[in-house]
Design a binder for this molecule. Structure first.
Ligand code: NAI
Length: 335
């Protein structure tokens, strides 16, 4: 049985994994895995990390020096792991490739509907006894064009819901999906999706190629007044350009569940501190911006799925078995 050190542990991680150890032994650390915390993994077979643990070459080298052979991600994205270095130091990397993609897709839709109908404003207004409708006028999603960037598991779940609204769906993916084409999804080049979309939702992974996919140039190609939704990874979007576009009135509204500098903020209660990140502070006061703190995945169903798949990953590692959940340079495109 494997001995695993958990990093970036939240109460809910502890609760779910303590209820379902699969016979493995766990120790839970709240700190992120980084060069100056890696020594905590001494004596363990593997580490279990989340989206903002920085598993770079320095960390992987240090892990190999203390004979840690597994990095198990409690998430799908693996942009925070240097896979080339993992291969070099002979460390296996496993992830949870799918845990209720519908959860993230539904969260994206919740953000869209809140912004479109100004629910975030109306909620506060009614609580204060203000029943006026002034400045709450929204827009109908039916008949609008929704652009989807990345038509993998989450993108597809999102498209199913978008179609239910009676919206026209256009998509861009580096590797278009033939079945989706047959089902009537119109694939276009990236620029045309930007030009056509009233709502643009990002569902592609963060790679060197997609870093700042949404920047000053791409924002300029978007329809005036369009809504941008990012539930994928913060660094897909150049925050400074988005702020500029919101300020000059070109971008109509923004919904984000992920943020470029989220490592310094998200998953922590900072309510009694001064937020030193000027960009998020600015976004927080815009009336047409809605921010959630990386909660797209956060449903009971997803947490169950994450736990059971991660335990299976520990089992496979312990048994030296092959795993479909393993990510390595040789297995993925764009390493
Ligand atoms: P997936 O691997 O099933 O789909 C990703 C799609 O993006 C694929 O179809 C791929 O071909 C496409 N793609 C790759 N490079 C591209 C490029 N340069 N341009 C356009 N498309 C490209 O992944 P899945 O499960 O749909 O997840 C998508 C992303 O959602 C993850 O990478 C992760 O960053 C994010 N995520 C966010 C969560 C949250 O809580 N907010 C939870 C889970 C995932």
């Amino acid at each position: 049985m494997a001995k695993i050190a958990f990093f970036s542990t939240q109460n809910y991680d502890r609760r779910f994994f303590e209820d379902n150890t699969g016979g493995h032994t766990f120790e839970f650390f709240e700190t992120r895995l980084k060069p100056n915390t890696v020594k905590l993994a001494n004596g363990f077979d593997g580490v279990c990390v989340f989206v903002n643990d920085g598993v770079n070459e320095q960390v992987l080298k240090a892990l190999s020096e203390i004979n840690v052979g597994l990095v198990a991600l409690r998430c799908a994205g693996f942009n925070n792991v240097d896979l080339k270095a993992a291969e070099k130091y002979n460390i296996r990397v496993m992830r949870v490739p799918a845990y209720s993609p519908e959860a993230v897709a539904e969260h994206a839709v919740a953000l869209i509907m809140s912004l479109a109908r100004r629910i975030h404003k109306a909620y506060n207004r009614v609580r204060e006894g203000n029943f006026s409708l002034e400045k709450l006028s929204g827009f109908t999603i039916h008949g609008k064009t929704i652009g989807v960037i990345g038509t993998g598991k989450i993108g597809q779940a999102f498209i199913r819901i978008a179609k239910g609204f009676g919206a026209e769906v256009v998509a861009y993916d580096k590797y278009p999906n033939e079945n989706l084409k047959k089902s009537g999804v119109e694939y276009l080049d990236f620029d045309t999706v930007l030009e056509r979309s009233d709502i643009l939702s990002l569902h592609c992974p963060l790679t060197p190629e997609t870093h700042h996919l949404i920047n000053r140039e791409s924002l300029a190609k978007m329809k005036e007044g369009a809504m941008l939704v990012n539930t994928s990874r913060g660094k897909l979007v150049d925050t400074a350009s988005v702020i500029e576009s919101l300020k000059n009135g070109h971008l109509g509204s923004l919904a984000i569940d992920v943020y470029e500098q989220e490592e310094k903020l998200f998953f922590r209660d900072l309510s009694d501190l001064i937020i030193r990140d000027d960009q998020i502070a600015q976004l927080m006061i815009f009336p047409n911006v809605l921010i959630t703190a990386h909660q797209g995945f956060f449903t009971t169903e997803s947490l169950r799925e994450i736990t059971s798949t991660t335990i299976k990953n520990f089992d496979d590692y312990d048994a030296g078995a092959d795993s479909d959940n393993e990510v390595s340079c040789s297995l993925i495109k764009d390493c």
